[in-house]
Design a protein around this ligand. Structure first.
Ligand code: GUN
Ligand code: FE
Length: 443
């Protein structure tokens, strides 16, 4: 698990103790017996027999635990379109593929069918928390929150607000719809740790300044997070400049609208000027890096390592269906590859991301961006057990491990396995998934 952007802690003989509410009680190394006895009062261990009452999940062979992935930007409603984008780029992709599909979510039954599939697919890929875009439709988007809750995935769920430059079927910027949506989702979960509404102006071109200011006010009044897109594609950026001539740049549009706060998720951030990065950092907002989407609809390469070096909060987003996969593992891999291409272009070796860097943005970085790092993101004592058991030996695994090639040193051995998983693995290797200590996937 990640301690920070640069430190991946590998406990080759680690033991994590979890209570019945899924909270991590202890994390230590050494023998299982010693660990259980040291916490014997919690486990009511007074003689050898009672140890059997503790459920023990042990790694065997080429297995290890990692924290659950956090997908900080995914359009659940666009899932039927994965893989379907032709040669389009952002603005014609929205017109051709995206708006017509989103318009169909007046049909809540159809929405439920899609949302069941996309949440299940995310969980099967190890995603224990996601920040979702639904559509403008309140009933369908409430349904998304209910499905995430039923299937046991943590979710920030956004009703999309948009009012212009799109077909009428996907226009609804009424603040009443947002209030209605917020009340309904808040009623599902009073803790806010499982499902929570997130205020969602689609992106600057979709909304007037007045509407964005109204949404920012609502988010601040109700203490809710915000998500939107920023600086994804060069034509989009030029368009924003035309639409908001009074603003210095894309970031300034959101800043003037009061949308930038500590729990604002900004998807893409591909082409930001340094001065924009400074403002985002000053407001403590976070970035969702969406590398598969940025490659697919040819948006560009975001300089993620430089954001990390500037201590800007960064996470990973699948951006389905700009991105064609719900897999955060695939996005972490793409982030690695794109950073290497960027470094080749800039000549700056410092642009290269490490495996540790991308595991951080896939987990703890996501928790920081979603304002959830006080309860998830790594295996720190006191957080909730949101975790994946990775098994490289599973039947049908795409990963081949050669035991004679494994380093002798136990930590280096795990490192070797993590690299294999990162570059070669897929959801077949995600054997079990827990959220809040509860097993939600068992393959
Ligand atoms: N910008 C505005 N809407 C969208 C969307 O649905 N996906 C992506 N990737 N960018 C957007
Ligand atoms: Fe998006």
């Amino acid at each position: 698990h990640s301690l920070n952007a640069n430190e991946l802690e590998i406990l080759s003989d680690g033991i994590v103790g979890v209570d019945e509410k899924g909270k991590i009680l202890f994390k230590q190394t050494g023998s299982l017996e010693d660990a259980l006895l040291a916490h014997g009062s919690y486990y009511n261990i007074d003689d050898e027999n009672t140890i059997a009452e503790v459920e023990i999940v042990e790694t065997v062979g080429n297995q290890f635990f990692v924290p659950g992935f956090i997908d900080t930007h995914i359009h659940a409603s666009q899932y039927p379109n994965v893989g379907i984008f032709g040669h389009s780029t952002l603005l014609d992709w929205l017109e051709t593929y995206t708006f017509p599909l989103e318009g169909s979510y007046t049909d809540t039954n159809r929405a439920a069918e899609v949302y069941n599939k996309v949440v299940s697919r995310g969980l099967a890929n190890g995603t224990t928390m996601a920040s979702y875009y639904g559509t403008i439709h309140v009933p369908a988007t409430v349904c998304l929150a209910q499905i995430a809750q039923q299937l046991g995935q943590r979710a920030l769920v956004g009703r999309v607000c948009m009012e212009r430059f799109c077909p009428e079927a996907v226009q609804d910027a009424s603040i009443e719809s947002d209030r209605d949506f917020v009340d309904k989702v808040l009623a599902l979960d009073e803790t806010g740790q499982h499902v929570k509404p997130i205020i969602t102006p689609r992106f600057a071109p979709s909304c007037t300044m007045e509407t964005m200011k109204g949404l920012a006010k609502l988010a601040r009044e109700r203490d809710l997070p915000i998500q939107t897109h920023i600086s994804e594609n060069s034509r989009e950026i030029a368009w924003v400049k035309d639409l908001f001539p009074e603003c210095e740049n894309y970031t300034d549009v959101y800043d003037k609208a009061n949308l930038l706060k500590h729990d604002t998720v900004l998807a893409h951030a591909v082409h930001l000027a340094d001065s924009e990065v400074e403002v985002i950092k000053k407001r403590d907002s976070g970035i969702s890096h969406c590398p598969v989407s940025n490659a697919s609809i040819a948006s560009g390469i975001a300089p993620i390592k430089s954001y990390l070096d500037k201590n800007v909060k960064v996470s990973l987003g699948s951006d389905v269906s700009g991105g064609f996969t719900t897999s955060i593992l695939a996005n972490a891999r793409e982030a690695l590859l794109m950073s290497r291409l960027l470094s080749e272009r800039t000549g700056n070796s410092n642009d290269v991301l490490s495996v540790g860097n991308v595991l951080f943005i896939a987990t703890l970085g996501g928790a920081e961006v979603c304002n959830a790092s006080n309860f998830v993101g790594n295996f720190a004592v006191g957080k909730q057990w949101d975790a994946q058991l990775i098994n490289l030996d599973v039947e049908g695994s795409p990963v081949d491990v050669f035991s004679w090639q494994l380093p002798k040193d136990p930590v280096e051995r795990i490192e070797h396995l993590v690299h294999k998983w990162m570059y070669v693995g897929d959801d077949r290797n995600t054997a079990k998934v827990w959220v809040d200590g509860k097993l939600v996937v068992d393959k």
